[in-house]
Design a protein around this ligand. Structure first.
Ligand code: GLV
Length: 310
């Protein structure tokens, strides 16, 4: 089967090698060297690849999007009609995200910012001990990523709540759904973790009103998409003292402009959309399996649902 591969130049060859290690019979073409457009049967690509460009391949049977989020596919013109799209659900990607969540939850919970500042000032001073059992964590989104983070936070002893669009239950997690459930969970979240898919319904879900519902002194973690947060409202909530801190991995636009207030804000911990990065070796087997399924006329695993938007 002939595959068009299109991703960042720095990882293109690692991806090709990883795909060929799983199935040496694949013919992998590195974009833009696609050869005869009629030969391409599957496209493996990420956000920078134009969906309009994929309309050039008359025999395309499958698109694999090389990440967890699919909001980029929802924008016009979208993928060529009738071609199934699969996203990645990868244990290493999930693990990476959970590590980022745990890192930042523990950083805020254990007053790391205050202790670092005290160290810089040469101050020996014990702060009040944090109580894990009292630090309520609310997770927005209980899918692959939110579910894994919830389990590991529970294992550390935090009380964990989770919100999803439709009712969902996870052992040990207090579940909320719908708009009323969202407000109820926010009002009790000392640390709020956003891992939602970005859809028309979830865009700007974290705004002046909803951030205002969080308990005073709460922390926000966002590793989903910048579009979930009204960034000026978040800055205002940090500056007013309502929020004590935010760990942010995603922004709108990206890269975050050099002049943006988040960069040097004392309460903001910033990473450049690097919370979790797909490792080609780990993700290649599921990509190849989906390519084999397409050849047999089967729908891919982890097919994107364009009605739900994820
Ligand atoms: C990264 O942001 C992803 O969606 O995988």
């Amino acid at each position: 089967m002939t595959i068009l591969l299109s991703t960042k130049a720095a990882t293109m060859e690692a991806w090709r090698d990883a795909l060929l290690a799983v199935d040496p019979a694949l013919d992998v073409r590195l974009f833009p060297d696609a050869g005869d457009p009629a030969g391409i049967e599957a496209a493996v690509c990420w956000t920078a690849h134009s969906m309009a460009e994929l309309r050039r391949y008359p025999n395309l049977k499958l698109i694999v999007s090389m990440g967890a989020g699919v909001d980029h596919l929802m924008r016009p013109p979208g993928p060529p009609p009738g071609i199934p799209v699969a996203r990645l659900v990868d244990t290493r990607l999930t693990q990476g995200m959970t590590e980022w969540v745990l890192l930042n939850v523990l950083r805020f919970h254990r007053q790391d910012g205050e202790y670092r500042a005290q160290q810089a000032a040469g101050i020996w001073n014990e702060l009040p001990a944090p109580d894990t059992a009292e630090r309520r964590i609310g997770i927005l989104g209980l899918g692959e990523l939110g579910g894994d983070a919830a389990r590991k936070l529970l294992a550390l002893g935090f009380p964990v709540m989770g919100w999803s669009r439709r009712p969902k239950s996870l052992p040990g997690v207090e579940a909320f759904d719908g708009p009323a459930g969202l407000d109820a969970m926010l009002a009790r979240s000392d640390i709020l973790v956003c891992l939602l898919p970005l859809t028309a319904d979830t865009r700007s879900v974290l705004n002046a009103r909803s951030l205002g519902l969080l308990p005073r002194g709460a922390f926000l973690l966002n590793a989903a998409r910048g579009g979930h947060v009204v960034q000026d409202d978040l800055l205002a909530a940090l500056d007013s003292g309502h929020l004590a801190g935010a760990a942010l991995d995603v922004f709108e636009p990206e890269p975050l402009p050099a002049s943006h207030g988040f960069w040097h804000h004392p309460k903001v911990i910033l990473t450049p959309h690097a919370a979790s990065i797909t490792i080609p070796r780990s993700a290649a087997p599921q990509v190849v399996e989906n390519i084999h399924r397409a050849r047999r006329g089967l729908p891919p695993n982890n097919q994107v649902d364009f009605t739900a938007g994820y």
